[in-house]
Write a protein that binds this ligand. Structure first.
Ligand SMILES: Cc1cc2nc3c(=O)[nH]c(=O)nc-3n(C[C@H](O)[C@H](O)[C@H](O)COP(=O)(O)OP(=O)(O)OC[C@H]3O[C@@H](n4cnc5c(N)ncnc54)[C@H](O)[C@@H]3O)c2cc1C
Ligand code: FES
Length: 274
């Protein structure tokens, strides 16, 4: 699996800009001297100021985020993160202003691997799960097809972050009325033997992608999420079951081959309450 090692310890990055994108926020931070992330890797983030002390004194711990893209090159790269405000940590990150400090550890985990010989990539994203696919498409080629599923039109604005995208929405307000896995099924029926699937999204979507790919005998690399307290192997909070036993997703993932997963059980964990 492909990995850029993170430097030991936490460092401060300056927020360069915050942009609202439909239901999401993109924060951009300069990371001078930071390693170049591999697509699919993630960072543990927290605001330098006013982190904790909210409702129930949360958030206590940093939060995990896939890198959306990296603009510019070392020594002054700019990291972008796509964030959906779902709780105290994401809420605080979404209000960061230019000039404020973001504390980060990363890049962490293992990213995506190139498609197997004779196959081309098909990207499948759900909601904020499009983040690792955008940087992967940047590296592969802008013509790499992407199938993206969203709740509604406000969330589907996020599709603008990627090229060559076909969109599905739950309410039919944009693109196909239905699930992104309907679009996947069509693609795999038509040319499954030419494709390798790369997917990230909510647990139910990932399980449907896994099952669909198994049925069509198409290889898939899935970027999973689970509750992560540390991000570097110390807490065992992120374990998922695989055919080789339990693994720590922050170390062996977050990208895992679909064939290593044991079905829906791998997608059950979430990270509430830290
Ligand atoms: C490797 C990785 C990459 C991620 N990338 C992104 C990203 O690019 N953009 C983004 O917006 N979010 C991403 N997440 C999810 C993000 O970490 C959580 O939304 C965040 O921790 C929620 O913190 P909170 O304090 O705002 O809300 P909390 O109150 O902690 O959680 C709000 C709700 O989200 C659920 N939740 C929390 N963490 C997770 C999780 N890890 N998986 C599934 N459900 C969870 C909780 O059960 C709860 O229902 C990623 C998570 C992982 C593990
Ligand atoms: S998040 Fe702590 S071991 Fe994985």
């Amino acid at each position: 699996m492909s990995r850029s090692p993170a430097p030991f310890g936490r460092r401060a990055a300056k927020i360069v800009a915050r942009e609202t994108l439909g239901a999401y926020v993109v924060i951009r931070a300069s990371d001078p001297g930071g390693p170049v992330p591999r697509p699919g890797q993630f960072y543990m983030l927290q605001a330098a100021e006013r982190w904790g002390g909210g409702e129930g004194e949360r958030p206590f711990l940093p939060r995990a985020f896939s890198v959306l893209r990296m603009i510019g090159s070392p020594p002054t790269p700019e990291l972008h993160f796509l964030i959906e405000d779902v709780g105290p940590g994401t809420n605080r990150l979404c209000e960061l202003e230019a000039g404020e400090e973001l504390l980060l550890v990363g890049p962490l985990g293992n990213g995506f691997e190139a498609p197997r010989e004779g196959r081309g990539a098909l990207l499948v994203g759900g909601g904020v799960g499009i983040a690792p696919l955008a940087i992967w498409q940047d590296e592969l080629d802008a013509s790499t097809p992407a199938l993206l599923g969203f709740r509604d039109a406000e969330h589907a604005v996020g599709a603008g972050l990627m090229a060559n995208a076909s969109v599905a929405t739950d309410d039919g307000s944009v693109g196909h009325h239905g699930l992104v896995t309907d679009l996947l099924e069509e693609q795999l029926d038509a040319r499954g033997d030419e494709l390798e699937v790369y997917a990230c999204g909510p647990p139910a979507m990932l399980e449907a992608v896994r099952a669909t790919c198994v049925r069509h005998a198409v290889p898939a690399q899935l970027a999973l999420e689970s509750g992560m307290a540390c991000g570097f192997g110390a807490c065992f909070g992120c374990v998922v079951p695989t055919v080789d036993g339990y693994v720590r997703l922050c170390l062996e993932g977050p990208v895992l081959d679909a064939e290593r997963l044991v079905g829906a059980a791998a997608f059950a964990g979430t990270g509430a309450g830290h």
